[in-house]
Design a protein around this ligand. Structure first.
Ligand SMILES: [Fe+2]
Ligand SMILES: [Fe+2]
Length: 274
């Protein structure tokens, strides 16, 4: 079983120090083979907040030095308080702090992962998935081995959770859902609304497109219905004649009374190939 650690929305500058320590202690035990942080690494894109986020990432990396970690920016990582930076090079501070581009692509024998930057300098809060990103990501999936898990990472959600309205969702999502379904994307990971949930964006009985949302991993900016949390996605290559990988997502919540993270839900994600 491979382990994809899905963290999101730490909002460094508003982090709860005891939760940061509990998270690292938990990850040291459960381990990971690759990790994603799906945006909003800082609260206001200030230099000190980027430094704190970078220190956390260094500690995370030290727990599993051979496991790659991927990031994309969220709307909070754009320097809105510095208009020259925002309009000139909005993702410059992100690149400088983490030494990584706001988009990335990774592939090994088990997984195909594309991290897309859905944060716009113009549309500060609601993200957008552009036609060019959809076509580039779809093209990259052509011809890949069906046994690999196919993952796309955004910041804003691709679909609403149960009982939610359509606010805070990605603009351009309908076209993305159509293209990614036909390209055989399995999972779309996101954050932004600090509400963990799993939902199927495919409603016609065809192959599922699972939207996996993580809550805020360590921030005080929590909703009344959800505290700090993260996801661990476990997957393995198909066996016994199946063509798609076997996959499930675990949700881990911070339990205040324990001062520790605990697994609170496990959701199987049945996958299919078009
Ligand atoms: Fe956020
Ligand atoms: Fe956000």
């Amino acid at each position: 079983m491979r382990r994809l650690l899905h963290l999101s929305d730490p909002h460094f500058g508003t982090e709860r120090p005891q939760v940061v320590e509990a998270l690292l202690a938990c990850v040291a035990v459960i381990g990971f083979d690759l990790a994603v942080v799906s945006g909003d690494l800082t609260q206001r894109a200030l230099p000190g907040q980027f430094r704190r986020a970078a220190r956390f990432l260094a500690r995370l990396h030290a727990l599993s030095p051979a496991s790659p970690v991927f990031l994309n920016p969220g709307n909070h990582d754009v320097p809105v308080l510095d208009p020259i930076q925002r309009f000139g090079d909005p993702f410059g501070p992100f690149r400088e702090a983490f030494g990584t581009a706001p988009e990335s692509h990774y592939e090994d024998e088990y997984v195909h992962l594309q991290v897309l930057n859905t944060t716009s300098r113009w549309r500060h809060k609601n993200g957008v998935i552009r036609a060019e990103q959809v076509s580039r990501s779809t093209h990259a999936l052509q011809g890949i081995c069906p046994a690999k898990l196919r993952v796309v990472v955004t910041h804003q959600p691709l679909a609403p959770g149960p009982g939610q309205d359509s606010s805070d969702l990605l603009r351009g999502r309908q076209a993305a859902i159509r293209s990614w379904r036909s390209a055989g994307v399995d999972l779309v990971l996101g954050g932004h609304i600090h509400l963990p949930f799993v939902t199927n964006a495919s409603h016609d009985g065809g192959p599922p497109l699972w939207v996996v949302q993580a809550g805020t991993m360590v921030s005080r900016r929590i909703r009344h219905e959800a505290g700090n949390s993260f996801n661990l996605i476990r997957f393995e290559a198909p066996t016994g004649g199946a063509t798609a990988p076997v996959c499930r997502v675990e949700r881990w919540d911070y339990i205040d009374e324990l001062g520790a993270f605990r697994r609170v839900a496990t959701t199987p994600l049945p996958l299919a190939r078009p």
